[in-house]
Design a protein. Structure first.
Length: 336
């Protein structure tokens, strides 16, 4: 633990809520970003929608700091961190061959910087969740990145970074990763393979990327879904399986989980070109409500990350889900 960690108390100003965002989250590189289905301005548009709904203002938001290299190497291999500055490696991770033609300075400023800042946002949001019961990083959720590799637009293992930061501070003793992105979260599963204090709960479509069969053995509870999964069956199975995992942990390892990292990808939405699932917007809103209700009923702090989602209406869906969480008193965006 560093001296800075010990001095940081993560207290918010009166006008702030635990919503983490920075205007530099968004990726823009001469239009090349549009060659990938990922909406690289999704995060900005989520914030704009929340403002239009009168749920937040600029002063509501909490801005993260950029992680230092030394903070990154707490969970990442040094050689890997240096390799991502290589245009060919970066092109491989973002799956855009043209990126391999960009100079390293553009890779750093236009791609790595925003995503590294989002990773810092996940660490900040995790700490805010412990203090305030909940927090949302409007970004992050890079669940394909691990200690020594990346993929699927994921360079930095922010889920691992955030959870390890809390463990390093001895702020938590047992954590659960609830990964509801349509894709298998192979990065954090690999990172926590030998950590019995981290439970990985992953609901994913096994028929799409990353097809990482080795990493699947490290998932503590895997729930397979696909394009035939209906809204009703999805919500029913999620509620049943997640409740059982949380209650089993309470019984076998009391007092149970003391932190939930919720990877709330919206790529399971009908029409997503990469998730290949058919859930309605109402189902995804209900999904998030299920997870937050369980967290609140069990008194477990929860940190939400926005993760994947490859359609233009994902930003509005995320905003509507946050609006619903607020209306159901599962989060509090009011300023007293």
């Amino acid at each position: 633990m560093t001296e800075r960690d010990e001095e940081e108390d993560y207290s918010l100003e009166r006008h702030q809520r635990p919503i983490v965002y920075h205007s530099e989250y968004n990726v823009s590189a001469f239009g090349i970003e549009h060659l990938h289905p990922f909406d690289s301005s999704k995060w900005r548009r989520v914030i704009c929608y929340l403002k239009d709904m009168n749920l937040i203002t600029d002063s509501t938001l909490v801005e993260p700091n950029l992680p230092t290299f030394e903070e990154l190497v707490r969970v990442h291999d040094r050689k890997y961190l240096k390799s991502v500055r290589n245009p060919l490696k970066a092109a491989q991770i973002v799956e855009i061959p043209l990126v391999g033609c960009l100079p390293p300075c553009i890779i750093e400023n236009k791609l790595l910087h925003p995503l590294r800042l989002q990773a810092g946002g996940s660490v900040l949001a995790a700490n805010l969740a412990l203090k305030y019961g909940w927090a949302i990083n409007v970004g992050g959720g890079f669940h394909h990145a691990s200690h020594s590799d990346g993929g699927g637009f994921c360079f930095y293992a922010d889920i691992t970074m955030a959870i390890c930061d809390l463990f390093d501070k001895k702020a938590i003793s047992q954590a659960i990763v609830v990964d509801l992105d349509a894709h298998q979260g192979n990065g954090h599963a690999r990172d926590f393979a030998d950590n019995k204090n981290v439970f990985v709960f992953d609901v994913f479509n096994p028929n799409v990327y990353p097809h990482d069969r080795e990493a699947r053995q490290f998932i503590n509870k895997a729930v397979h879904v696909n394009g035939h999964t209906t809204d009703t069956s999805y919500i029913s199975e999620l509620r049943k399986q997640l409740t059982q995992c949380i209650e089993d942990r309470e019984r076998l390892h009391p007092p149970g989980f003391d932190f939930i990292m919720f990877n709330a990808g919206t790529d399971c939405l009908f029409g997503d070109p990469l998730g290949a699932m058919n859930l309605s917007p109402q189902c995804i809103i209900a999904r998030d409500e299920v997870v937050f209700k369980l967290a609140k009923s069990k008194g477990i702090p929860i940190c939400m990350l926005t993760s994947g989602g490859y359609q233009k209406d994902n930003a509005l869906l995320i905003a509507k889900s946050i609006e619903n969480l607020n209306s159901k008193n599962l989060i509090d965006l009011s300023i007293n």
